[in-house]
Design a protein around this ligand. Structure first.
Ligand code: PMV
Length: 353
């Protein structure tokens, strides 16, 4: 059969940011579906830029024809992952086997930081692919466009589905959140106090070593965790409460939930079978110093953690000067080579080309 896209070619590029969860997604089922709903801040400075060149094939082959470059270099490990991912989403994008694809991807943050790039990279790629489909097919409404991009990003890396929306995003069905879905993220900023839309996130790099247990393995261990059911209920309650505090601008209560979520995530790892620990001594030291600083100075500075040892410091823009002095003077000595990435809540992804 001749190629229905004969002679068509083009290039599309998107930039997508990373995100940091406030109520964590931990535990999944089926094809990357979450056991509980989560909410995150969309970041700004930690992002991936991805371009996809597509040229209609002239042979009748049905395989995915991919050339993948990461930061200008061939990267066989990433290429294999992307190849498999593209094969798995052909049912959602039937045009894919009809084109030769060249994907170029690069991150704004160095990969020696231990900052996971799967959220930003999968979101950027999903946006490019959804946009190519749009170009070929005539176009989705903007809301349907981002919903589809979010769904595709989710298939690549669960939490990536929250990276396609500005400011904050909710992913996972929640009884009190209209339009929430397990299939894709939704934007969530209309009912959020302005203080949170410019919130800062300083990421303290305690270690950039590769994690001893991957997130994939960690999610799987939730199935045998004796506390999993009560955890999923706790996440639901935390999200209900947090939505109220986000609306009111209640910083103390925001911090209470966010810090509890971070420590719960790591407690769940410690009581899995087999158990494991991703926090390091300096993670605990930094947490301790943050708590003391907050109680002594009354500054609204809170911490959260990803599935790793690095600490995200969350604080209002208005407190940036004093918090950043505290970071420099008291916290950087607990970081790997004094590494910190200063980020903040951002406006979401953008089309480059
Ligand atoms: O998206 P994954 O499979 O890498 O899992 C992410 C899990 C956490 O970062 C720990 C929590 C979250 O909601 O982002």
């Amino acid at each position: 059969m001749s190629n229905p896209f004969k002679n068509i070619q083009g290039e599309i590029a998107w930039k997508a940011p990373s995100n940091i969860a406030l109520v964590k997604y931990w535990g999944k089922y089926g094809n990357q579906l979450p056991r509980n709903a989560s909410i995150s801040f969309t970041l700004n400075n930690a992002f991936t830029e991805t371009s996809v060149k597509y040229v209609a094939k002239t042979d009748g082959s049905k395989n995915i024809d991919l050339k993948f470059l990461f930061e200008g270099q061939e990267n066989p490990k990433f290429a294999e992952k992307i190849q498999k991912f593209l094969e798995s989403i052909i049912p959602h994008f039937p045009f894919l086997p009809h084109f030769s694809l060249e994907i170029n991807s690069s991150n704004s943050f160095p990969h020696s930081t231990g900052i996971a790039s799967s959220a930003s990279s999968m979101a950027a790629l999903a946006l490019c692919l959804t946009d190519i489909e749009n170009t070929l097919d005539g176009g989705l409404f903007p809301s349907a466009f981002f919903e589809k991009a979010s769904m595709i990003a989710r298939l690549g890396s669960g939490s990536a589905c929250r990276s396609v929306f500005p400011y904050l995003s909710v992913w996972g069905k929640h009884a009190n959140i209209a339009f929430s879905s397990n299939e894709h993220g939704i934007p969530f900023h209309d009912t959020v106090h302005p203080v949170f839309k410019t919130f800062k996130d300083a990421i303290l790099i305690v270690s950039s070593d590769e994690k001893s247990v991957s997130s994939r393995a960690g999610h799987a261990l939730m199935d045998g965790n004796p506390f999993s059911e009560s955890r999923y209920q706790q996440a639901e309650t935390h999200l209900t409460d947090l939505v109220g505090y986000l609306k009111d601008g209640n910083l103390d209560k925001f911090g209470e939930i966010v810090e509890n979520e971070a420590l719960t995530l790591h407690a769940l790892m410690m009581c899995s079978t087999p158990s494991y620990m991703l926090m390091l001594p300096n993670t605990l030291k930094i947490i301790d110093l943050i708590k003391n600083y907050r109680s002594e100075k009354g500054v609204p500075l809170y911490f959260t953690l990803d599935a790793g040892p690095n600490v995200h410091l969350l604080y209002p823009e208005g407190n940036a000067a004093e918090v950043e002095t505290f970071i420099r003077e008291s916290l950087l000595l607990y970081c790997e080579q004094g590494k910190v990435i200063y980020d903040q809540v951002g406006k979401g992804p953008g089309k480059i080309k």
